[in-house]
Write a protein that binds this ligand. Structure first.
Ligand code: MF3
Ligand code: CO
Length: 242
């Protein structure tokens, strides 16, 4: 999983470097698939429950699971969430980054920064002695303190030999404490944060999730390992910004 995570981090880095206005979301997907296969991995999203691509590309008001399309052109000022998963020797990694393309509004920049930081607020509780819900609670508190909202209809998840394993990891505090965190657990923690209200809806393609109020949305995700002490971020690579 560490190697699956390292390769995924490099893939994200290379995509972030390549993305520019005028590129279609389909080109981003094709490049991403090529990079993943170049490292001897398999894109885990391709054909997952019928999903037709390797990279989820979600622009601006799209929250997650945007379907790459040659007619969808990236423009200056867009924020582009890229979500990808790779399989290396049967083990999965899953990570998302939101890329600022060109001249982005101050609000969009702040949204992307708060979303990323919310992950690290949650990470503080990703260790024995805490429960699953403590992660989401910390994420929610930080996001709302910054005037944004956390998506309720989609959650993080366990990950390992499968992309989605138990338990669910909500990015908000519910009534349940959830499972106790134990060393050896591998989790995908993935705050999805809207600039406006938290409500989302699904488009006609049955995949693309968009904000109900049309506001911007950002996504940030890493695959992590619970240990006796500090959690380890598996979806990272030396010399590359997390
Ligand atoms: N990245 C998503 C997640 O974190 C999964 C995408 S499902 C797919 O759970 F079908 F779009 F691939
Ligand atoms: Co995930």
């Amino acid at each position: 999983m560490q190697e699956a995570g390292r390769i995924l981090a490099v893939t994200h880095h290379r995509l972030a470097q390549a993305i520019r206005p005028g590129m279609s979301t389909k080109e981003i997907d094709s490049l991403g698939e090529r990079i993943i296969r170049e490292y001897g991995c398999t894109p885990s999203f391709l054909n997952y429950n019928g999903y037709p691509a390797s990279i989820c590309v979600s622009v601006n008001n799209e929250v997650v699971h945007g379907i790459p399309d040659e007619k969808h052109i990236i423009r200056d000022g867009d924020i582009v969430s890229l979500d990808a998963g790779v399989i290396y020797k049967g083990y999965h990694s899953d990570a998302a980054r939101t890329i600022l393309v060109g001249n982005v509004s101050e609000e969009a920049k702040r949204l992307v920064e708060v979303t990323k930081q919310s992950f690290f607020e949650g990470l503080k509780y990703a260790r024995p002695g805490y429960h699953i819900a403590d992660i989401g609670r910390a994420i929610q508190i930080y996001v709302e303190k910054n005037g944004f909202s956390v998506v309720r209809d989609l959650v993080g998840h366990g990950i390992g030999k499968r992309l989605h394993e138990k338990p669910n990891i909500p990015n908000f505090a519910g009534r349940r404490r959830g499972a106790r965190l134990r060393p050896g657990m591998t989790l995908a923690v993935e705050p999805m944060v809207n600039a406006g209200e938290y409500d989302v809806e699904w488009l006609e393609d049955d995949w693309t999730v968009v904000t109900y109020d049309g506001s911007l949305s950002a996504h940030y995700e890493n695959t992590i390992l619970i240990t006796d002490g500090e959690p380890v971020i598996l979806s990272q690579a030396e010399g590359i910004e997390i």
